[in-house]
Design a protein around this ligand. Structure first.
Ligand code: SAM
Length: 286
């Protein structure tokens, strides 16, 4: 069965009386080499477990199951579960669970997998919920090796942006705290059925085993980053003034200077180490 063949995909959907559900971001991959490349490059350790989010009709799951020891796939759409039993029936290393990833207790679900070896995430993510899923995975603090995701190209641009660039923002800095993002390749919209309105890109995040920069107070770090990017066209001093009403402008100017930045610096110039130092300096004044 060729799950990348448009006719086959349509036949499967019709045989199971299903239609593509827009509200679940159902754009299925129909390019075999893209699917193979993602399954191959999503992580280095092929003896570990892959958590897939949103297997759809099993196109990527199939290639993951061929290459990795074990695949655990979470699919929100109950209608797709019998399809997955059909398309993945030949594998005994795939577990499909009908669950919303945002509701899933990943700690409990993946405890046996982590006990066995490495665990990585691989997913062609539904566009409507990309950032919440990514943040849930990162904030879970589960020691994934890699998180490899197909996402909207513009989001990939932001995740992989260098400090100082136009795409660098709060999500770039927060992601850099947890790991290192690398764009593997871009995927045009016509490689999906139905074709979305936007192009996509595959991003692989290697999670830090040891974080290169650690703040004294993590919540304060995230508050500082959020404040720094809340008003993009403002200088860092003005943005922090709005975000930290407990501090007066002079204190903020002194903190920024003490961290070695010029008075008119903007938030996008600061990398994650700079933000850790800045939030530590703010912490001393609170
Ligand atoms: N992996 C398939 C592929 O590459 O062809 C399908 C990818 S499609 C972009 C996204 C999939 O995620 C759909 O199957 C959709 O039903 C599923 N999905 C959407 N929201 C979800 C959620 N909150 N939890 C789990 N799966 C979800």
């Amino acid at each position: 069965m060729n799950l990348c063949d448009i006719k086959t995909v349509k036949q499967i959907m019709s045989a199971f009386h299903l239609s593509f559900r827009k509200e679940y971001g159902q754009n299925f991959l129909i390019d075999r080499s893209v699917v193979e490349d993602i399954a191959e490059e999503c992580c280095q350790d092929k003896n570990g477990t892959i958590l897939e989010i949103g297997p759809g009709i099993g196109t990527l799951t199939y290639e993951l199951a061929l290459r990795h020891d074990k695949v655990v796939a979470l699919e929100i759409d109950r209608g797709l579960i019998p399809v997955l039993s059909h398309t993945l029936g030949e594998f005994d290393n795939v577990t499909v669970i009908n669950e919303d990833v945002m509701q899933a207790d990943l700690d409990t679900l993946l405890a046996p997998a982590f006990a066995r070896g490495s665990v990585s995430v691989c997913a062609n993510l539904p566009y409507y919920i990309t950032s919440p899923i990514l943040m849930k995975l990162l904030e879970s603090r589960l020691p994934f090796d890699y998180i490899t995701v197909m996402i909207q190209k513009e989001v990939a641009d932001r995740l992989c942006a260098p400090a100082g660039g136009k795409d660098y923002g709060a999500i770039t800095a927060v992601l850099a705290y947890y790991g290192e993002a690398e764009r593997l390749f871009n995927v045009p919209a016509d490689r999906f059925l139905p074709a979305p309105k936007v192009d996509s890109a595959v991003v692989r995040i290697r999670l830090h085993k040891t974080k290169p920069a650690v703040p004294k107070d993590e919540a304060l770090l995230f508050r500082t980053i959020k404040a720094a990017f809340a008003q993009r066209r403002k200088t860092l001093a003005n943005s922090l003034s709005s975000g930290f009403s407990e501090l007066n402008k002079t204190e903020i100017t002194e903190i920024i200077a003490a961290c070695g930045h010029s008075a008119d610096v903007r938030g996008e110039r600061l990398d994650i180490s700079d933000f850790c130092a800045l939030s530590d300096a703010i912490g001393k004044h609170l």
